[in-house]
Design a protein around this ligand. Structure first.
Ligand SMILES: NC(=O)c1ccc[n+]([C@@H]2O[C@H](COP(=O)([O-])OP(=O)(O)OC[C@H]3O[C@@H](n4cnc5c(N)ncnc54)[C@H](O)[C@@H]3O)[C@@H](O)[C@H]2O)c1
Length: 320
């Protein structure tokens, strides 16, 4: 048995990000992931753009539709993926639930730029008895899950101090890393704004210090127009973690007695590289989603967890 999937929005994350890349190596789009994963069958795609629909039909040999209502009434999917621009997420969810009753919706991140809309999305799904998941892809990555286990076991000891660099807006891309910190270190407790920063469109880019259950993290904004910059450095009593280049290089160094002066502790020069699988990020999300749907342990982000991220980011935004 497989779960039937309809994808609403055939843009970058919906379809185009991996077109032309080797399917054995790269699974960056929902279309490729749900087409390839054995727990799912890709039923149809939706996009108002005729060019996008033609590209979808050519790549996946599945039908496409200009509106969600047509696709959902024709296919009655178990899963609906919402991959339209963030400002249209709530509307796409409302259209989905007006036309169908899937088991689950996988919505793109952030749920919304507005807290009230994000609340409406989680409430609407709860009332309709539809599970809501949000595509914070890093939670499904093996490196990220391995770090979570090391934090839980105490191998990466707490409390931590750390730095997160983000670019391209606090809600748009900073939210990936805020969600990751909540996943690793527990819910944010307090914050202090260090610098209000600029607005990128309507998305703020502040520097701030946030205190989570497991430690204190400085969030610093970088300028996306110079280059994308997504890195994390966590300094623990037991060593140092570097999560570089968006997570495509993850390195742990343990604290050890100095070989030259054993009274001192230093970071081990032998680096422990933690394997990531970001080239197949959407496959891993599909995998975690299958676990959740089958009642197994899953690390996928729930609607309520994503709502908590939006709530905290909104309070930071409102304080700027
Ligand atoms: N999780 C991630 O790592 C990740 C990466 C990229 C984008 N995103 C998120 O995915 C969402 C889409 O971003 P994108 O970069 O793919 O944007 P995009 O502009 O490339 O694609 C959006 C697509 O949605 C279509 N669309 C618009 N309104 C629609 C509607 N009512 N019904 C059906 N289709 C509609 C557009 O024609 C377009 O093809 C955003 O929320 C973004 O934040 C997430």
């Amino acid at each position: 048995m497989s779960f039937g999937v309809v994808i609403i929005g055939l843009g970058q994350i919906g379809m185009t990000s991996d077109i032309g890349l080797d399917p054995e190596q790269y699974i960056w789009s929902h279309a490729r992931a749900f087409f390839a994963h054995p727990a799912f069958s890709l039923l149809a795609g939706v996009d108002p753009s005729p060019t996008s629909r033609a590209a979808f039909e050519e790549a996946y040999r599945r039908p496409s539709y200009a509106t969600a209502a047509e696709a959902l009434s024709a296919h009655r999917p178990d899963i609906v993926v919402i991959a339209v621009p963030t400002v249209n997420h709530l509307q796409a969810l409302q259209e989905t639930l007006a036309a169908s009753r899937p088991m689950a919706v996988l919505c793109e991140k952030p749920l919304s730029y507005r807290f009230d809309e994000a609340v409406a999305m989680t409430d609407t799904c709860r009332q309709a008895n539809v599970r809501l998941f949000v595509n914070y892809v890093r939670r499904a990555d093996p490196a990220v899950r391995e770090i979570k286990q090391r934090l839980n076991s105490g191998q990466i000891a707490q409390p931590l101090k750390g730095v997160v660099w983000y670019s391209k807006g606090l809600f748009n891309n900073g939210s990936h890393f805020f969600d990751l910190m909540q996943y690793w270190l527990g819910e944010m407790r307090t914050y202090e704004i260090v610098n209000s920063g600029r607005l990128l469109g309507n998305d703020p880019e502040p520097d701030f210090m946030a205190v989570f259950g497991g430690g204190q993290i400085q969030f610093l904004s970088a300028r996306e127009e110079d280059y994308s910059h997504y890195t994390i450095e966590l300094v623990s009593p037991s060593g140092r973690l570097r999560y570089d280049q968006g997570g495509s290089k993850v390195v742990w160094q343990s604290a050890i007695a100095s070989p030259e002066s054993p009274a001192y502790k230093v970071l081990d020069s032998a680096e422990d590289e933690i394997r990531n699988d970001l080239n197949r990020a959407q496959w891993n999300i599909a995998d975690q989603m299958a676990n959740a749907l089958c009642g197994n342990k899953s690390d996928i982000c729930s609607g309520d967890e994503a709502l908590s991220t939006i709530q905290h980011l909104t309070s930071i935004k409102d304080a700027l």
